[in-house]
Design a protein around this ligand. Sequence first.
Ligand SMILES: C[S@@+](CC[C@H](N)C(=O)[O-])C[C@H]1O[C@@H](n2cnc3c(N)ncnc32)[C@H](O)[C@@H]1O
Ligand code: SF4
Length: 361
Amino acid sequence: MVQHLYVHIPFCPKVCPYCSFYKEATDRNKTQAFLDAVLREAEFEAQGLRPRTVFFGGGTPTALSTPQLKFLIGGLRERIDFSAVEEFTIEMNPATVSHEKAESLLALGVNRVSMGVQSWDEELLKTLGRVHSGAQAVRSYAILREAGVPNVNLDLMFGVPGQTRRQWIESLRRTVDLGPDHISAYCLTYEEDTEFFERFQRGEMGPQEDRDSDFFEVAMNELEAAGYPQYEISNYARPGRECLHNLGYWRGSDYAGLGPSAFSTRSGWRRRNVADTADYTRRVLSDEDRFDFVERIDDDSRRAERIAFSLRTTDGVPETFIPENQAAALVLHGLVTKKNGRVFLTREGRLVADEIAAELI
Ligand SMILES: C[S@@+](CC[C@H](N)C(=O)[O-])C[C@H]1O[C@@H](n2cnc3c(N)ncnc32)[C@H](O)[C@@H]1O
Ligand code: SF4
């Protein structure tokens, strides 16, 4: 039985210059057909699916209006067995939060909100091209809590051009003071096909390795000291508040994905829906094949995926996944440790997690 459901909502109030997730600016004219397509796709995927976790990501799912969210979630509940859902997350942009929306989402069964704050600093928010201010994000957080959302994650970014160490520490402390259940802290990456990538190529901005690893260490120190243990490279949670959906994904569980660009892994196959809303909608509603990528998951690709994802978590990976000589060299350099038949990154190792994974795959 597949226990995880992801739904991709590809709309945003405004497209941010650093972001490479599949999304487009909200166009209300296309939305109804898109919603019909997702419900149709849910019918194809419903068999053998009894989600324990549901995750609405994007894009910005709350770019949909309250009636649209009711239509979509109500429709999914009619088609998929939601009786085992423990965690139901929806991603929000602070500019798309309202009392009405928060209350309706709770009534529809949502019990976790993940909000993209990125920074509390007005200058940095401008650099990031965000549509909200820091003050608006504080108000949105208060609205969520007043409405009774029991589980809230806040996303932050570091390594932003112009960001100082002091600003980063203050951002972390202001976040902790609000008391969210979970904090994600991402290092800004210069993704291809984004405006930031072009500016990076022109030499106007770019990663600074020493600063970025220093900021990463600052995050680990500040958040762990504040009661948010790190359980994955970019994720920190109060004990018991780790994101069950992402844990399932990192541990290699099967999941069903609905919507454009969504991946599914089911019964030994990995498939991706076409990353184009109009094309996705047309294909699904006319019963055509909706995938632009299909791959059989063999032992090699399963091992590679487990190394890439599980090694980033405090679960680590089974020792048998890593050739003994490579593991010994990493232990010697203090980058990994071994315990109870599993291999874990050390604090040093977490600073170079991507390089280690690349070497092992
Ligand atoms: C789908 S968005 C979250 C919800 C909503 N769309 C928003 O931005 O508020 C997921 C998160 O990914 C992170 N992110 C997106 N692009 C990134 C990049 N290039 N580098 C690092 N983090 C990034 C941001 O922290 C963002 O909040
Ligand atoms: S960061 Fe969030 S709001 Fe900005 S473009 Fe990406 S998905 Fe949309």
